[in-house]
Design a protein around this ligand. Structure first.
Ligand SMILES: NC(=O)C1=CN([C@@H]2O[C@H](COP(=O)(O)OP(=O)(O)OC[C@H]3O[C@@H](n4cnc5c(N)ncnc54)[C@H](O)[C@@H]3O)[C@@H](O)[C@H]2O)C=CC1
Ligand SMILES: O=C(O)/C=C/C=C(\O)C(=O)O
Length: 501
């Protein structure tokens, strides 16, 4: 392998040093049909020149994955694959600083977030799926028919085949490995298309896998964009056996159309418009801490972030004031600065979209408690994608601000009077990803959590993950579940064998 995947690091000055990133096909670094530039959202400096895959490179990557499936990889036992996954986790930890630096260069997120969330979870993804695949079993039945025959029915898993993995830019390595780890655990070969905004860590993962002993061709990387580029060519490729995707709901719909002619399975984790429901009996400090995390983590760029906060009227003012104070104290700044809590948005294009929502909120008559615009951070960061954390009141569920995914550090606070009203308001959305409920009354906590029309409900916490549990959404938020055995169900085809006795 070439050293093309070394991350962009800041030199002694303020700018990033530009790196070059290649496609990876059959273990080799491949030039693109052209290159595109990746800019840091911190200060606008160029961090990478990325080789864009043309349709022939995408085709070669799919061919490489197919050959890997026909080669020695097919003979690896489950125990050998689990061993590989554990070694990958070890190498990720050995190279944690390098991976975190690359994630920071691409996203501008605080270094601490990249270390503690993205890179730590990448290692955990590989270890978890090593355990899950080692412990997995399938149905078996002793069959007795009415006419007196007997048979043993049992199921075995066969790998799905060539899996296309399309991931977004918000948690690049975390979301990529959440899919690559179970796919490889199940014996598949993958072609990954990272977001054009975050090409680095997906490229570096190829080196990590090689170092851990993965055969050539089981992990391929194609760089590029969506429509008319690597994303579309990959998802429309006739020799891809399944597509797993995380990103925007409308992109999920486009991928469904691309996959439809070949009738392939899809697993989609899509957008959200997640609600928090705060009852008056909840511990206020715990609620304020929890909401500060659920609204502002990763500058609001997590599909699980809460953008609608329903708060029982008697505590509305107290919670709103506490959360506003927390928003004002967030420290925006350079990712390497240890006091920084909040990075920029991913790009100035994405900031335009989020600012558009800020303007809509104003037009809709919102009272902006905090933020609402672009912060003054000094000339050095002027070209970055910085935005103010923002909270609104005086809106109701008819407002676009409460109906459309913003994907930024912003939320609307709305009072409610009864439990039924809170459930109705929270469920009044076409999305259905996640919710969190805050109360000291555990009976109510269980009840309301189960009444939420979502894939994941938290009670008195937010984004506390057990990687064995089902993860996904309903409605516009997705199709299928990944996590634990649910991932094995997507990345394999269970095959039944019936033996007459
Ligand atoms: N998990 C989530 O809910 C996420 C939501 N978003 C939202 O989506 C908006 C758009 O951001 P994008 O980065 O453009 O997200 P996106 O969902 O369009 O892109 C995610 C991935 O899909 C690829 N892609 C795009 N169109 C494709 C197509 N037709 N076929 C195959 N692959 C395709 C992209 O290149 C990228 O790798 C953001 O403004 C944000 O609001 C963005 C990232 C994650
Ligand atoms: O698996 C997780 O812990 C996080 C998932 C987050 C997303 O899917 C997202 O932000 O798109």
């Amino acid at each position: 392998m070439s050293t093309s995947a070394t991350p962009a690091v800041r030199d002694s000055g303020e700018r990033y040093r530009r790196t070059e990133l290649y496609n990876v096909v059959d273990g080799d670094s491949i030039d693109g049909v052209g290159t595109f530039d990746k800019y840091s959202p911190v200060d606008g400096s160029a961090v990478a020149s990325v080789h864009e895959a043309g349709d022939e490179i995408v085709d070669a990557a799919v061919g490489s994955a197919r050959r890997a499936l026909d080669g020695e990889w097919a003979r690896w036992t489950v125990a050998e694959r689990a061993g590989l996954l554990r070694r990958v986790a070890d190498v990720i930890e050995e190279r944690a600083e390098e991976l975190a630096a690359a994630e920071v260069a691409d996203t501008g997120k605080p270094l601490a977030t990249a270390r503690e969330l993205d890179v730590a979870r990448a290692a955990a993804n590989f270890r978890t799926f090593a355990d899950v695949v080692s412990a997995s079993g399938l149905d078996s039945f002793l069959t007795e028919t009415p006419d007196g025959r007997r048979a043993l029915n049992y199921a075995v898993r066969r790998s799905l085949g060539v899996v296309a993995v399309i991931v977004p830019w918000n948690l690049p390595l975390l979301l990529l490995t959440w899919k690559v780890a179970p796919a490889l655990a199940c014996g598949n070969a993958v072609v990954v298309k990272p977001s054009e905004e975050t090409p680095s860590t997906a490229t570096m993962l190829a080196e990590v896998l090689r170092e851990a002993g993965a055969p050539r061709g089981v992990y391929n990387v194609v760089h590029g964009f969506g429509p008319g580029s690597a994303g579309e060519w990959l998802t429309a490729h006739p020799d891809v056996d399944g597509v797993t995707f995380t990103g925007e709901s409308s992109t999920g719909a486009a991928i469904m159309r691309a996959v439809a002619p070949h009738v392939r399975p899809v697993s989609f984790e899509l957008g959200g418009k997640n609600a928090a429901v705060v009852f008056a009996d909840a511990d206020p400090q715990r609620v304020i801490d929890g909401l500060a995390r659920s609204v502002f983590t990763n500058t609001g760029q997590v599909c699980l972030c809460t953008e609608r906060l329903y708060i029982e009227r008697p505590v509305f003012d107290e919670i709103a004031a506490g959360l506003a104070e927390r928003a004002r104290k967030l420290m925006l700044g350079r990712p390497e600065d240890p006091v920084t809590t909040t990075g920029p948005l991913i790009s100035t294009e994405h900031r335009e979209k989020v600012l558009g929502h800020y303007r809509i909120a104003e037009q809709e008559g919102a009272d902006t408690m905090v933020g609402g615009g672009i912060p003054e951070l000094g000339a050095e960061l002027d070209a970055g994608a910085w935005i103010e954390p923002t909270l609104w009141t005086d809106l109701d569920n008819s407002a676009r601000t409460l109906r459309e995914e913003i994907f930024g550090p912003a939320a609307a606070l709305v009072p409610f009077d009864t439990e039924d009203e809170a459930v109705r308001l929270a469920n009044d959305t076409r999305y259905g990803l996640a919710a969190c409920v805050w109360t000291r009354d555990l009976e109510r906590g269980h009840r309301v959590a189960q009444r939420m029309r979502v894939g994941m409900s938290w009670v008195n916490t937010w984004y506390l993950r057990d990687l064995r549990s089902p993860f996904g959404g309903i409605g516009l938020s997705g199709i299928g579940r990944e996590g634990g055995a649910h991932s094995l169900d997507f990345y394999t085809e269970p095959t039944n064998v019936c033996v007459a006795l």
